[in-house]
Design a protein around this ligand. Sequence first.
Ligand SMILES: [Fe+2]
Length: 315
Amino acid sequence: MSEQYTVDFSEETAAKFKKEPVTWRHNLNDSPLFSDEALVWLIDNHPRDYADFCTMNEGADDIGSWRGGDPGSHSGKELLQAVRSGRLWINLRRACNMHPKYEHILREMTDQLRAKMPGFKPTTMMGGVLISSPTAGVPFHIDRSDVMLWHIRGHKRVWVYPINETTLPEVEVEEILLHDHNDDVPYNVQMDEQAMVIDMKPGMVATWPLHAPHRVLNQGDLNVSISVEWSPFATIVQNGAQVTNGVLRRLFGMSPQIETQGTLHRLIWFAASRVLRKIKLVKVKSATQQGYLFDVDPDNDIGVTEHDKTTKSAA
Ligand SMILES: [Fe+2]
């Protein structure tokens, strides 16, 4: 089949791209690459070091409940069954970069998006395959890179929030970029009044502005999507500038605002962030390595058997 990544991608979509949440259509949902059989092959053949097996609370609104598990020696077929009947979220990180059968996806996606937007020039493009349970979700969080969610099977609801003082103050974005803690930020239900709600169906893609907080809840069936993390040079520069802003705010009590900083200012601050790292004024801390907190268990109701976290490590 010929895969189409920009069905109904209009000039208006291009104008809003990265500036506000937008959706358009693709036809990856017709591809045999995401059938049950293909997913079992992918799970069996994907390096386990590049696979995350996670669970979360019912409703996926408590970031504290988000934890990683050990798939053990279960086969792809058993793990897919555990996802179907349990509350699990599998991310086969970089699957579209690593498996020759899937590599054309990112290449053709980039070409077709560039045909619509000549300025679409990612410096990196990583595609992970997400396979998640009917009741799974991802709590409120932000991503460090730009993200496109290419939805292929099932139904999920995505809430995308604006970045402001009541949802995500700039100082929190800086905290995340400085890696002082994980990507997760405090959430309260009142924020939903400001959210754009997107109901994802097979064949839809959604994207939103860099660092926009979002959360996801599946709507009762097995979900399969590709999560593309990509970074144009402008995003790398902005993240560097916000690292410098974070240092100025924390060490010198200044109150920089990224929105008021133009291209040249950001470039200089980006260069400064490299220097700050070199002289070790910025020590980027790696995210906490939690270790495995459960075993994936296809025979259990939610696909999870808790275990003593001191007995195993994800390292
Ligand atoms: Fe995300």
